[in-house]
Write a protein that binds this ligand. Structure first.
Ligand SMILES: [Zn+2]
Length: 254
């Protein structure tokens, strides 16, 4: 059997999660065999990529067109001062390979919109850590089209949100949540963001990613979880499918 081949060093490296009955050796092997695409290696993408790499998700596909700027370092903890001016995906790749040399990293210094369909084929799960609606809508459409589960997160000022979408009948997609395609995202550049808040939301995205990959517990399918750091309150909202949604309700999409 394949998992019988896990080496002693791997058993040691992943021991504290193999001990979890929900993961065990079979789950660990599944993580090692998984491909996860992370779009946006910023405040959210940093903890997402670092946790998934540390946990041994076997193949991480990183997508980000930006270079590291000094104003990123306040919250984008995958980078350090030496990363300044480097392509984010390359600086992130270096950090992740140091963290875990056993996994594969594929960096794409592109906008998500310019990836081709072939690059989506082997992806088991996509994690949206982007910061604008054009990219989020493009990610959502690609996930619906290719039947890829999507873990979406966002954070601004002292508020954050997480939601998971899976392409099932009668469940909403990201576009059902935001029917107006002309949405302008508020940006951290203009509004600011509390650094550990993106750590909280990114870590929750990593938790949901593992749950989806290993079919553990109840992921936030079609449920929007909202967090207010100011009052430390969490709120969960059930989303409903928009029968007029141009992405998931068009004939032929289901
Ligand atoms: Zn929809």
């Amino acid at each position: 059997m394949k998992f019988a081949g896990m080496r002693d060093q791997q058993l040691l490296r992943y021991n504290r999660q193999i001990l979890l009955p929900q993961i065990d050796i079979i789950g660990q092997q599944k993580l090692l065999d998984s491909t996860v695409m992370i779009v946006g290696i910023g405040g959210l993408g940093s903890p997402v990529a670092m946790y998934l790499a540390a946990m041994g998700v076997g193949h991480l596909v990183l997508v980000d067109h930006d270079v590291v700027e000094i104003s990123n370092l306040q919250r984008q903890i995958i980078y350090d001062t030496e990363s300044l001016g480097q392509a984010k995906v390359i600086a992130a790749q270096k950090k992740l390979q140091t963290l875990n040399p056993e996994i594969r990293i594929s960096p794409f210094q592109n906008q998500f919109e310019s990836l081709n369909i072939e690059q989506m084929k082997a992806v088991d799960l996509l994690i949206d850590c982007s910061d604008n609606f054009t990219t989020r809508f493009a990610i959502n459409a690609a996930c619906v089209q290719n039947n890829i589960p999507l873990v979406s997160g966002a954070a601004i000022r002292l508020s954050g949100q997480i939601v998971v979408f899976i392409n099932q009948k009668n469940t909403p997609c990201y576009r059902c949540l935001y029917p107006d395609s002309e949405q302008e995202a508020e940006t951290c550049t203009e509004n600011g963001v509390l650094a550990p808040l993106v750590g909280v939301i990114g870590s929750m995205q990593a938790i949901e990613a593992v749950k989806v990959l290993l079919s553990i517990g109840k992921p936030l399918y079609g449920k929007l979880l909202l967090f207010e750091a100011q009052s430390m309150q969490w709120r969960k909202i059930n989303l409903s499918k928009d029968p007029a949604c141009p992405v998931c309700s068009l004939p032929g999409q289901r």
